[in-house]
Design a protein around this ligand. Structure first.
Ligand code: PEP
Length: 240
């Protein structure tokens, strides 16, 4: 099965860079399973060019006096299809806890957005053999109170925090074992079998090896998504 490639551009690029990026992509991602997550400001630009688009963040509130926030209905109204929720950078720098993440997931689903829900353990947690415990808590608390029907629209992204931006990646066996654990947990607790993406230092060089993992449904890519040449090489691999 063809795998999904989700490109998290994070807080990179100005308008000129974005236009150059899109010119260099040269329509290459449009008819594919590639989701671009640009900075919020540039969402309309990608939408006008017909890309499959996600927001890197959403508000858990409907509307009103929430300065600086962007609501799910606003995003939906311009054609955004996905919301990235629970990314470790937001957990760390914006102090987003499991309760807030749960509220955001609910709000996104209520508004018809599909969710890419990130979970992952720190290096210390891994060394202390707490990976399963941490992931289970993130899954259970992040998805509580969401019915089976809505859970179908939640893709889980397994992103070991120690792998994000470090160039260090787990072995394929580790990814297989952890993915099985994630799917097993979701099935047991919520009766839902999620698609699982792997994220953490995926690039044009290692993606062919990672692509052999049948248990995962795709990749969430940060750093390597900023270079169009790397993106096109990764696309070639996942679409083989
Ligand atoms: C990420 O931040 O979601 C990510 C996977 O980053 P990188 O690919 O740079 O490790």
């Amino acid at each position: 099965m063809k795998k999904i490639l989700a490109l998290n551009l994070k807080m990179n690029f100005d308008y000129k860079d974005i236009k150059n990026y899109v010119v260099a992509l040269n329509d290459n991602l449009k008819a594919s399973d590639i989701i671009v997550l640009p900075p919020m400001l540039f969402l309309p630009y990608f939408i006008s060019q017909n890309y499959k688009i996600g927001a890197q963040n959403i508000s858990e509130f409907d509307n009103g006096a929430y300065t600086g926030e962007v609501s799910c209905s606003q995003l939906k109204s311009i054609g955004v299809a996905y919301a990235l929720i629970g990314h470790s950078e937001r957990r760390q720098y914006q102090c987003e806890n499991d309760d807030k993440i749960n509220s955001k997931i609910k709000k996104a689903l209520e508004n018809g957005l599909k969710v890419i829900f990130c979970i992952g353990e720190t290096k210390e947690e891994r060394e202390m053999l707490k990976t399963s415990k941490v992931l289970k808590k993130e899954i259970v608390d992040g998805l509580k109170g969401i019915d089976e029907n809505n859970l179908k629209n939640v893709i889980i992204a397994y992103e070991p925090i120690w792998s994000i931006g470090t160039g260090i990646i787990p072995t394929n066996k580790d990814i297989v074992d952890t993915t099985k654990f994630i799917i097993d947990t979701a099935v047991k607790v919520f009766n839902y079998k999620p698609k699982v993406l792997y994220g953490g230092s995926v690039n044009e060089k290692n993606i062919a090896e990672l692509n052999k993992i049948n248990e995962i449904s795709g990749f969430l890519v940060g750093g390597a998504s900023l270079d169009v040449k790397k993106v096109l090489k990764m696309k070639e691999v996942v679409e083989k």
